[in-house]
Design a protein around this ligand. Structure first.
Ligand code: 2P0
Length: 349
């Protein structure tokens, strides 16, 4: 299965009007997590990570250069303010600096999925913004450069530039050397064609942002270093498991890596706990499925929602089992999705 990447569609840019571009990008779910920065300004991670880009919950973003004195940002039909507005303005400042331009922009962005609920809306959001803003400001970036740019908006966005299984390299060193070497790239393995059953128990925005939680964990958890060291080994093993298309091994590594990440949060001071009783009920159901011989493994991000990796054929059974737990949970089944791309349409699907 192949998907157009941001690189292959960059040439379509000429179809867009000057100074205006629309892009769509999909969320990704990490199977080996990014949790901790070694440089907060450049968004350089402590460890490399590996993800699967999904085919649900896209973000569609348009960027139009304007004559006005300030950027305007509309997020899900409402004017963005506060932190959300500041993050976009800061990102646009970076794009303007690279392009040598000063024009302000009108940004309109919409998430098809929940925002800020641990369902990777910032990954799809900044991947779409990077792709659209680079085009609107006339930057001609290849996929690697686009990934590095998206990383500066949100670390995980570096991975959503590409479709399928993607690795984000931690990179070497600090400053410019780190910036140049910390990018994502696709690693193949898409023929595996797994499903990810996304079990949504809470669609509202989380109380503690992942950025704050990440910082608090790296600074205070005595379990952080051991997890980071084991995550380096997990990444090496995961790359091999993806290369040989070994779904049980991929699932096992993903589940232990995610639970280990949550252990670092639980041991932060003060503790951060995203897992809820509903998350644990789903983890129990996944264990029961495995006891019945179903290849099903869980991963959980910065929120209580659980994502269950399984085969495409088993996904209906996995989804029905989870939905059978009660009214508190709904599911959406995702498969491998495409990289960020420019589009002339506006609704993203
Ligand atoms: C990940 N997460 O690898 C990890 C696992 C959440 C848990 O990337 O501060 O929104 O913007 O770089 O990318 C969420 O963190 O954080 C995230 P910033 P981001 O998907």
């Amino acid at each position: 299965m192949t998907f157009p990447s941001a690189v292959s569609v960059a040439s379509e840019r000429s179809e867009d009007r000057d100074g205006e571009a629309v892009a769509v990008a999909y969320p990704n779910i990490a199977l080996v997590k990014y949790w901790g920065k070694r440089d907060e300004t450049l968004f350089l991670p402590v460890t490399g990570s590996l993800s699967m880009t999904l085919d649900i919950f896209p973000t569609t973003t348009s960027v139009r250069l304007i004559d006005g004195p300030a950027d305007t940002v509309e997020l899900n039909d409402a004017a963005a303010t506060g932190t959300a507005l500041a993050r976009v303005e800061k990102f646009l400042d970076l794009v303007r600096a690279k392009a040598g331009r000063t024009d302000r922009a009108a940004v309109v962005t919409a998430n098809a999925g929940p925002t800020g609920a641990g369902l990777a809306s910032s990954a799809s959001g900044f991947a779409a913004l990077a792709t659209a803003a680079a085009a609107a400001y006339g930057l001609d970036l290849d996929g690697r450069a686009l990934s590095r740019l998206a990383r500066r908006g949100s670390g995980s966005a570096s991975r959503s530039i590409f479709g399928g299984f993607v690795v984000w390299h931690a990179g070497d060193g600090d400053g410019e050397a780190g910036d140049l070497s910390s990018y994502a790239e696709p690693i193949g393995g898409d023929e595996l064609d797994p499903a990810l059953v996304v079990a949504v128990v809470e669609a509202g925005a989380k109380a503690v942002s992942s950025r704050v939680a990440m910082r608090q964990t790296t600074e205070t958890s005595p379990f952080y270093r051991p997890w980071a060291e084991s995550s380096v080994l997990d990444l090496a093993e995961m790359r091999k498991a993806v290369a040989r298309q070994d779904l049980p091994a991929i699932g096992e590594i993903a589940e232990r890596n995610a639970l280990g990440m949550h252990a670092t949060m639980l041991t932060a001071r003060p503790a951060i706990r995203y897992l809820s009783p509903h998350s644990l009920a789903i983890l129990d159901a996944v264990l029961a499925l495995r006891a019945d011989g179903i290849v099903a493994y869980a991963t959980i991000d910065a929120g209580p929602n659980v994502k269950v990796l399984c085969t495409r054929a088993d996904a209906p059974l996995v989804a029905a089992t989870i939905e059978g737990l009660g009214e508190f949970v709904t599911t959406r089944t995702a498969h491998i999705g495409p990289g960020a791309r420019l589009t002339t349409g506006g609704d993203g699907e």
